[in-house]
Design a protein around this ligand. Structure first.
Ligand SMILES: [Zn+2]
Length: 591
């Protein structure tokens, strides 16, 4: 007796046996019951979801001689002939191999005549998108006014390749991938019919591999059945089909998220020993990360089509990590998989990717960083309090460079802490972020008394304001009086009070050229007196030339340290991580 593959043996013979596709089946049945079947029907969907099966059942039902409801009887001569594939009035054409205009002409010739033994002639064209444009054009007229005794059934996996003129003349049915639940039930029943017991985990694996295609699943089931065992467990399926165990994937995913390189490498080794294809292995791993992300997105859980038990495990794992972290790791994994494909050492490439993922730090959502920064802005004193006092000889930490505060919308700041209600844009954060406790080494000013870069929390005279702390407020003060001057002051990198002087640091000489004009110095000095209640002498400091400074040497450690502290990368890093520069060492050892 010849062996019949499951896919053929179990092909549905009436609508009740169709797996899934409930809405389409119902519509078709209603059209039969109401005698309103369209003369051209187009079924579309991925492979193995039942397109030609439905077309054949429709053909049977249309020609059935003793149909009483919406199902073919499967016993009359017409039904029997169609089932056996010997019906004279049913033409099944493969669009891929009969795609030319000549074939369509021949077909048109055939349908001119009335059916020989049935009520209707039925043309089923599979993979209809393969027809040439000429062939489609030749079909157009017939589809527009089909003879009463003819029905067309088209099936396609690529709906978009079909000309719109054809589409508009057909009744269209889009078949969905079959759900895992429907597939699982169907396969379980088939196994029962074959007298084979298959455990749930093994079945889940096959269903998953089938990806919603009944036919693909049946081929896999065939393979597993051929294994010869009467009881099939998950390991049999893994071995026969060369799949990756779900446990391995889950453990590996967990190891990658929880920074456990040992487990990750072990999982990879196990997979290798099983002889699993790396491409499919990485595909499964990527799918696992996708599942994790979907678990964390509200309303997306319907998109996850995996067994409930597995879903619970994934949900638990996803709950422990931020969506941002999972996403970042998924991205790293995708890059790694891409690199692996072109690597002569794919395993090594993959291991390296695993390490990269494990070493990658968790991502903190921007929103939480922003709220952290907001709270910093509100309580300006916070970082100062956290700075541990350092022994005086180690005073090398540098203040974050202040960004130009001129554009800051910071309001006029009273003597005491700033009003908490306004939160300046992030870009101006540095303006209001209080500097760390210690002053950076100042540009060499030999006559400066050292005691001036000292107290972490200067407590000024009650009416006096502090240059460092109230600088943004001062700029606002100036802005109300001289807008251009506020803008120029905003370009200053730093402003600080040193020994009766207000030192203004500019990275570009041009930025303070106007401020240096005599009348402007006078004006600014008055503003300073008004605002800070201090009579300070203005001192502009620019990189190329420092006023009143003769002893400076471009390569001095002070300068180098300052340069490093002002490096944009360093500044950005300290801002992003809310950090402080603790120590900068320059000298032969660090070079
Ligand atoms: Zn019948």
């Amino acid at each position: 007796m010849s062996y019949l593959v499951l896919a053929r043996k179990s092909r549905p013979q009436d609508f009740n046996q169709v797996v899934g596709q409930k809405p389409v089946v119902k519509t078709l049945q209603n059209s039969l019951l109401r005698d309103r079947v369209a003369h051209a029907i187009l079924f579309s969907g991925v492979r193995g979801v039942g397109k030609t099966t439905l077309a054949r059942i429709m053909a049977k039902a249309i020609n059935c001689q003793q149909r009483t409801d919406a199902n073919p009887c499967n016993t009359c001569s017409s039904c029997v002939e169609i089932t056996a594939g010997s019906a004279l009035d049913l033409y099944e054409i493969d669009g891929a191999s009969n795609r030319g205009i000549q074939e369509i002409r021949e077909l048109k010739e055939k349908i001119r005549f009335l059916p020989t033994s049935s009520k209707y002639k039925i043309i089923i064209i599979d993979e209809v998108h393969m027809l040439t444009t000429e062939a489609f054009n030749a079909l157009l007229k017939t589809l527009e006014e089909p003879p009463d005794h003819v029905f067309f059934m088209f099936a396609t996996t690529e709906l978009h390749k079909i000309p719109i003129t054809i589409l508009s003349r057909c009744q269209r049915y889009e078949l969905k991938r079959v759900s895992t639940i429907d597939l699982g039930k169907h396969f379980q029943n088939l196994a029962g019919d074959e007298g084979i017991t298959i455990d749930q985990a093994a079945l889940d694996l096959i269903v998953r591999e089938a990806e919603g295609s009944v036919r693909d699943g049946l081929s896999l089931l065939d393979q597993v059945f051929s294994y010869g065992e009467k009881e099939i467990g998950v390991n049999d399926v893994i071995q026969v089909l060369g799949l990756v165990s779900r446990d391995i994937i889950l453990n590996l995913t967990r190891a990658l998220l929880e920074k456990d390189p040992g487990t990750a490498f072990q999982a990879l080794d196990n997979t290798f020993n099983f002889g699993v294809d790396l491409k499919r292995f990485t595909g499964d791993l990527l799918a696992a990360f996708r599942t994790l992300i979907l678990c964390r997105i509200n309303g997306c859980q319907d998109l996850i089509d995996i067994p409930q038990q597995e879903l619970d495990l994934f949900k638990e794992l996803a709950g422990k990590h931020s969506p941002e972290s999972i996403h970042m790791k998924l991205n790293l994994l995708m890059q790694g998989v891409e690199e692996m494909r072109y690597s002569s050492q794919p395993r090594l490439a993959l291991e390296s990717t695993f390490l990269k993922i494990i070493q990658a730090d968790d991502v903190v959502p921007v929103s939480s960083l922003l709220s952290k920064l907001d709270s910093l802005l509100e309580g300006k004193e916070l970082p100062q309090k956290t700075v541990p006092p350092e022994p005086p000889e180690k005073k090398k930490s540098l203040e974050l460079r202040k960004k130009p505060p001129g554009v800051s919308p910071a309001p006029e700041i009273p003597t005491e802490p700033p009003p908490p209600k306004t939160s300046p844009p992030v870009s101006n954060l540095a303006d209001s972020t209080p500097p760390p406790a210690e002053e950076p080494p100042l540009p060499p000013e030999p006559e400066q008394p050292v005691s001036l870069h000292q107290d972490p929390k200067p407590i000024p005279h009650p009416h006096q304001r502090d240059v460092r702390r109230d600088w943004p407020g001062f700029i606002e003060h100036v802005k109300d009086r001289k807008v251009w001057m506020a803008q120029d002051l905003g370009r200053a990198d730093k402003a600080r009070e040193v020994g009766g002087e207000l030192q203004l640091h500019f990275s570009d000489h041009a930025n303070c050229a106007v401020l240096r004009q005599k009348q402007n110095i006078k004006l600014l000095t008055e503003f300073v007196l008004d605002f800070f209640q201090k009579d300070l002498k203005l001192h502009y400091i620019t990189p190329d030339k420092e006023e009143g400074d003769t002893s400076d040497n471009a390569d001095s450690p002070h300068k180098l340290r300052q340069k490093l502290a002002n490096d944009p990368l360093v500044i950005m890093a300290t801002e992003i991580f809310n950090g402080q520069i603790g120590d900068i060492r320059v000298g032969p050892r660090s070079r």
